[in-house]
Design a protein. Structure first.
Lengths: 422, 475
């Protein structure tokens, strides 16, 4: 069968070779891949080309910074895109709808985005695991289709756990190497803002606000060496994202000042960690939080978008197109798990107290109920450890497992005693 | 469709003029005099409108004008900015007869009213109330059917009638409950419900009263009008929830965070952030410079108009202040059968139709229903306290059962109205607490019955269990 298929292909090629040559466009990539077809659209940022690979016709979009050269109307003996010298993009179907990870659907018929909503508390609902998963999904899409989707982090969060921030940092540094990552902000306070700082671009909704990155525990802000370390780290992250470290500092420590000048002709912004600039953003006693107008004017934000269509324009996409719904699905699933935990765990404890305080229940019943509770809590630890630890202060899983062993022994001893008593 | 002035009102004015001319009352004569003027002032606006009436006062930036619609008899005052005016003609002879036709005079020709270049179509106005306390009376879930109704009516203009005072927290005496009103995420979604669904529909905010966090809703819309006794106040709630932090960095962070969220609403309304900031923080000063029709707000005292120099106070804007400082477009009274006559006229609708929508009745019914039901739950909570005291000895099971019954009624009320659940949570009683209490009582009843069975008696003894705390006493 394979021999027949190859034979037919060779016949097709031979027939094509017998025909007069075609005029086509050729796009040569920096990684060596060559695509022959018809250029549909070029802008300063991307080129869209319709290519034929065997019986498949599809449109591919390439960022200009990945393109080595574009040649138009070259004489070619075949309209087939041919075999690239680099990794082969695999077009699956013309409709380009394939099953993605965990039931998501991928529609790679057009260049587009993969959206990950990030809401709730950093470290609880808002985690590095989901960001990492979306990065991997984007890798998979690129491998399957040859096109890297833009990762859109749709942020609405009041911040959260500092310990999660380091994990998010490491995750984003890795993903950024492979994909374009943008933040679309409705609310990004504290650790959520620190997340946004890592992105290639930041866009604000009209009600968007971002800042207030003071680190604190209980009622006190970190001080001394810990404060200095956080100022340095956050400043590094801001610079990594292409922004002045003074911005991060003003978001952390109230004595830090921030102002800027803006060249009226070029729009270039110069930042100062004092009040010498024409536009003052943070005075002594204040902590910096951007709204959309201050973010746009200062260049902290790259644009304003309230709708997906508006964001698509800012991303230089021809239209809003979500290549995969994976990000939205995992966000929804994870948040549903959290909501269940918040209802079920307190209910478990409540029931436990009622039974333990009852004089009707036998000792064996009480121990069985305690076993059920601990087993449930262990399951919740597996599902959402951060909720267990940070929201409910439940003992660590290994402690629970030890307790479970103890309870099972107690029950066994009790039942044995009862049997002996009969 | 409503005409601005009904013929009945017209007849009254004419009749009054006739009576006053007989009795010679000078005030009444003056009232009628405008009808008999043979000259008027005319403003030609750059949007094509021609307004006829009388200039009341002028400044370098605006003209206070009384519009006379001779056809309908309506007059109304409004402020027109000079950059809207192409030309002004003063003392122009009135076209056609100066007086309207006397209803009693036979053969009198009807007055030919001079043309007004108003929108010739008949616009429709849909009124949406934002009434009562935020997060309970003004509760997002209640508005979804209203959204659907607005879509059905497809009005020209949506008027949000804001009448809210969340500053005193009448239902909840606990001052810490202030924080619970800062449910900004929910308010944001409420604003978006209207802005996203009706992007191309004119939306105006008409304030009867806005005190407390509801002012954040007011500032989410750009076109604001106020009733004569209207007030805009109360954003200092942002300061109140953050001022308690002792650590200066934490306090600054919380202020920046909450203010940033609140200012997001202000950005929607395209109002000045400095104005909002001064309304939030007492230590901020406030003054204004007038540049044409624009006002530039400053957080210091250097502006032409100084509004706030104190450091222990945030500005409150009454209707006239708001108008003079261009926070609101105009001060408008609720007039006419449907309260919209003057507002419609100011909005530029010489004729208009009020949509017969469900919003007003829905909101009224909802507020009445949930508050009545809440009052019942308050009474039930007091009853529960009594039952707990009485649940001893031979009556224990009886009063434990009564407590279960009362709790189940409260739970039913919470299930019916989220506002009730929310209000009790603010008072420290959650739905879960009540559900677990029922469970605990049932366990206790089982215990008592077992004890009675063991003793071979009909009633049991022992103390009742203590449940979650309830306001005013209890366990």
């Amino acid at each position: 069968m394979k021999g027949l298929k190859n034979g037919l292909m060779m016949l097709g090629v031979a027939l094509m070779l017998a025909l007069p040559g075609f005029a086509a466009d050729r796009v040569t990539m920096k990684d060596g891949r060559v695509f022959v077809g018809d250029i549909v659209e070029t802008t300063e940022n991307y080129v869209r080309v319709k290519v034929t690979t065997g019986a498949l016709v599809k449109e591919l979009v390439f960022w200009m910074n990945e393109v080595a050269s574009i040649e138009r109307d070259i004489k070619t003996e075949t309209r087939d895109s041919g075999q690239p010298s680099g990794p082969t993009p695999v077009g699956v179907t013309n409709v380009e709808t394939i099953r993605g990870t965990r039931g998501s659907t991928i529609d790679a018929s057009k260049h587009g985005v993969i959206v990950l909503p990030l809401s709730g508390m950093v470290g609880i609902e808002f985690r590095h695991q989901e960001i990492e998963a979306v990065g991997k999904e984007a890798d998979r899409i690129k491998e399957l289709t040859g096109i890297s989707p833009i990762i859109v982090l749709d942020i609405e969060s009041g911040g959260g756990l500092v310990i999660e921030m380091e994990k998010i940092h490491q995750t984003l540094v890795e993903i950024r190497k492979r994909h374009r990552v943008v933040a679309w902000i409705r609310e990004a306070i504290s650790a959520a803002c620190a997340t946004a700082l890592h992105c290639h671009e930041i866009y604000f909704r009209t009600e968007g606000n971002a800042g207030a990155m003071t680190m604190f525990a209980g009622t006190r802000a970190v001080q001394g060496e810990e404060l200095e370390r956080w100022l340095r780290t956050a400043g590094d992250w801001a610079e990594y994202g292409g922004r002045s470290r003074y911005i991060a500092e003003a978001m952390i420590h109230e004595p830090k000042l921030l102002s800027y000048d803006k060249d009226p002709v070029t729009g270039e912004v110069t930042w100062y960690n004092d009040l010498s600039g024409e536009f003052v953003l943070s005075r002594a006693g204040e902590n910096l939080s951007f709204t959309v107008s201050t973010a746009l004017h200062s260049g902290f934000a790259d644009g304003r978008a309230d709708t997906e269509e508006e964001l698509a324009k800012l991303l230089d996409l021809p239209a809003w197109h979500e290549v995969s719904d994976f990000g939205r699905r995992i966000h929804k699933e994870w948040n549903a798990t959290i909501e269940r935990a918040r209802v079920e765990i307190p209910r478990l404890f409540g029931e436990y107290q009622i039974i333990q305080g009852s004089s009707v229940a036998s000792n064996a019943q009480k121990i069985r109920q305690a076993i059920t509770l601990v087993e449930e809590l262990i399951r919740w630890w597996d599902r959402c450890p951060n909720v267990c630890e940070y929201e409910f202060g439940i003992p660590p899983k290994d402690v629970l497992e030890r307790q479970l062993r103890e309870l099972k022994k107690q029950l066994a001893d009790l039942l044995a005693q009862e049997r002996r008593g009969r | 469709m409503n005409r601005i002035l009904s013929s009945g009102r017209w007849a009254t004015v004419v009749g009054l003029g006739v009576v006053c001319s007989v009795l010679g009352a000078p005030q009444s004569q003056a009232r009628v005099a405008w009808l008999q003027q043979d000259t008027e002032d005319v403003l030609y606006l750059n949007d094509g409108r021609v307004l006829r009436g009388r200039i009341l006062s002028e400044t370098r930036t605006d003209v206070r004008f009384e519009i006379h619609d001779r056809k309908t008899g309506l007059k109304s005052q409004m402020t027109i900015f000079r950059d809207q005016i192409v030309d002004i003609k003063r003392g122009v002879a009135v076209e056609g007869p100066a007086k309207p036709a006397d209803a009693g005079a036979e053969g009198a020709a009807p007055a030919k009213a001079p043309e007004q270049n108003f929108d010739p179509s008949i616009p429709s106005i849909y009124v949406v109330p934002f009434k009562g306390e935020m997060a309970t009376d003004i509760f997002i879930d209640v508005y979804q059917p209203i959204i659907d109704d607005i879509k059905k009516h497809n009005p020209t203009c949506i008027v949000f009638r804001l009448d809210s005072d969340s500053s005193e927290h009448k239902l909840n005496p606990n001052p810490r409950a202030i924080e619970d009103y800062l449910n900004f995420e929910e308010y944001r979604r409420l604003v978006h419900m209207f802005k996203d669904n009706f992007r191309d529909t004119r939306q105006v905010m008409w304030i009867a009263k806005s005190k407390g966090v509801s002012s954040i809703m007011a500032l989410a819309w750009n076109e604001i009008y106020m009733e004569p006794n209207g007030v805009l106040d109360g954003l200092n709630i942002v300061h109140q929830v953050t001022a308690a932090w002792q650590d200066p960095d934490v306090r600054a962070k919380m202020q920046a965070a909450w203010a940033g969220i609140a200012k997001g609403f202000v950005e929607h309304g395209k109002h000045d952030l400095n104005l909002a900031h001064a309304m939030m923080f007492p230590n901020a000063k406030l003054s204004a410079d007038f540049k044409g029709r624009n006002v530039v707000w400053k957080l210091d005292e250097t502006g032409e108009v100084v509004v706030d120099t104190r450091e222990d106070w945030t500005p409150t804007f009454m209707a006239e202040d708001a108008r003079n400082l261009r926070i609101s477009q105009e001060t408008v009274e609720a007039t006419g059968k449907d309260n919209l006559a003057d507002l419609a006229f100011i909005l530029g609708y010489r004729e208009y139709r009020k949509c017969d929508g469900v919003a007003e009745s829905t909101i009224e019914k909802y507020i009445t229903a949930w508050r009545e039901r809440f009052a019942q739950t308050e009474k039930l909570m007091l009853d529960i306290q009594d039952y707990r005291r009485w649940a001893t000895g031979d009556d224990e099971v009886k009063y434990l059962g009564a407590e279960v019954s009362a709790i189940e009624k409260i739970l039913a009320a919470m299930n019916q109205f989220k506002a009730i659940e929310r209000e009790w949570e603010r008072r420290g009683v959650s739905k879960l607490d009540l559900e677990l209490r029922v469970r605990q009582i049932r366990e206790r009843i089982r215990e008592v019955n077992n004890q009675n069975r063991d003793r071979g008696r009909g009633t049991g003894g022992g103390g009742g269990g203590r449940g979650p705390g309830i306001p005013g006493g209890g366990g």
